[in-house]
Design a protein around this ligand. Structure first.
Ligand code: F3S
Length: 425
């Protein structure tokens, strides 16, 4: 093996702690070698986070692999959170769709039982925004992680200053089990340098999800340095800025494959190192109002009937923060008042982490929202949509990630508000 291992890592590879751990280590080493890693580094701080949250009946090899790991006691060294569940009986679905979910996710309970045995933090640990304070899986600056969920990886790298590659599902579990990951890419100082300078020259605060989409589609897997966004977000990484960056980052990671971005004067490494973080010869991409309009106009509508009335709306992919739940509630109540209505015009689901939703449910805001007909759920809208029955439904969303992976149609926050409040046709 070309990769340098410590004594304890070599022992794992030689099978001194069992055959399963040896296979886990071998997979990680091969993964590292494919990317030119010279060593494995320990995972530090925080907790693990797994991307695979769904018990699809067809995932038999995964279930038997996990059974083997559990039987040998090769459990994750760290406790972990997991992406959102694919099911919630409170989310509107017709009889056929419910039946389909039952068959499709027939192994959900079995899989969740495996996760508990492997090290799941608790039954509420299912969210892609595990870094919310109510959830508590918050890596520190410089922590080395083994995560795969693209929206969480880009947030941890960019907003929290942790270090994590865009790993795949299962590989990230293997990292948690072995306690180490190959050292390459976004784990290295060199790999964290920006190879693009994105200049924001808009006349108003850009829609986070549109801006992220534009950046992602231009730079793909490269690291962008975003200049001019501090004019709209300020230079203090407060809750509002973090929420904005959460949504923007998820769009960069799904419309492209960004794992890290720096925002001049705002994100931790950009503040610390300044433009020394920009690699020589970095490309330039200017984003103005016209560029954002061009990007939005380029989104295809793949509904069978592009003129169909929406049947469902998802807001919260990635999951909403508590502040976002509150501000969406206030904005919706205002929009309904303006439209002269008390109830939403189409079924709407706001999604948030179970612990965030639980806190929100204690507030008067929740009671007011409930009266409008909005459902608050902790489901993953993508898991809900990714089947032939739901895929045919005309679903609208403000999430550029959901638009990218499903047949749902993207609208800006203001457009969504008007549609769900029955103010726009
Ligand atoms: Fe989260 Fe599911 Fe969207 S994991 S980012 S809610 S696709």
């Amino acid at each position: 093996m070309a990769i340098n291992l410590t004594e304890s890592q070599s022992a794992l590879l030689k099978g001194e702690k069992g055959e399963t751990l040896a296979k886990v280590m071998k997979t990680l080493v091969m993964y590292g070698e494919a990317f030119g890693a010279e060593k494995m580094v320990p995972i530090t701080g925080g907790r693990g986070h797994l991307v695979t949250s769904f018990g699809l009946g067809v995932m038999k090899p995964v279930f038997s692999l996990l059974d083997g790991i559990i039987a040998e006691g090769a459990l994750a060294g760290q406790k972990f959170t997991v992406d959102p569940r694919p099911l919630d009986p409170n989310v509107p679905a017709n009889f056929l769709q419910k039946l389909f979910f039952k068959v499709m996710y027939s192994k959900q309970e079995y899989y969740e039982d495996q996760l508990r045995k492997l090290g799941l933090v608790n039954d509420d640990g299912f969210t892609c925004t595990c870094y919310m304070s109510q959830v508590g899986n918050i890596p520190g600056k410089g922590d080395v992680l083994s995560w795969a969920e693209s929206s969480a990886v880009v947030y941890a790298n960019s907003v929290l200053g942790a270090r994590c590659n865009r790993n795949s599902g299962i590989i990230e579990l293997f990292g948690s089990i072995a306690g180490c990951v190959p050292y390459f890419g976004l784990l290295t100082d060199e790999g964290r340098k920006a190879t693009w300078v994105v200049e924001i020259k808009t006349t108003k605060k850009p829609e986070a999800q549109l801006l992220g989409s534009a950046i992602g589609m231009k730079v793909m897997e490269d690291v962008p340095w975003i200049r001019g966004l501090d004019a709209w977000l300020g230079t203090n990484l407060d809750d509002a800025a973090a929420d904005y960056l959460k949504d923007m980052g998820a769009a960069t990671a799904s419309n492209g494959a960004v794992g890290l971005y720096h925002v001049e004067n705002l994100t931790p490494e950009a503040k610390e190192q300044g433009d020394a973080l920009i690699a020589p010869g970095a490309g330039t991409y200017v984003i103005d109002d016209a560029e954002l309009a061009r990007v939005k106009a380029g989104y295809p509508c793949i509904w069978k009937d592009p003129g169909a009335e929406p049947k469902l709306c998802f807001v919260g992919c990635p999951h909403l923060s508590l502040n976002q739940l509150r501000s969406w509630t206030a904005a919706l109540l205002d929009a309904l008042k303006t439209a002269g209505r008390t109830k939403i015009a189409i079924p709407v689901v706001f999604t948030a982490a179970p612990a965030v939703a639980a806190e929100f449910r204690k507030s008067p805001d929740f009671e007011a929202l409930k009266k409008t007909g909005v459902v608050v759920s902790s489901i993953c809208p993508l898991m809900y949509m990714n089947n032939p029955l739901c895929g045919k439904m005309p679903v609208i969303t403000n999430s550029n990630k959901l638009r990218t992976y499903t047949s749902s149609r993207y609208y800006t926050d203001d457009e969504i508000l008007k549609k769900i409040a029955g103010a726009a046709k």
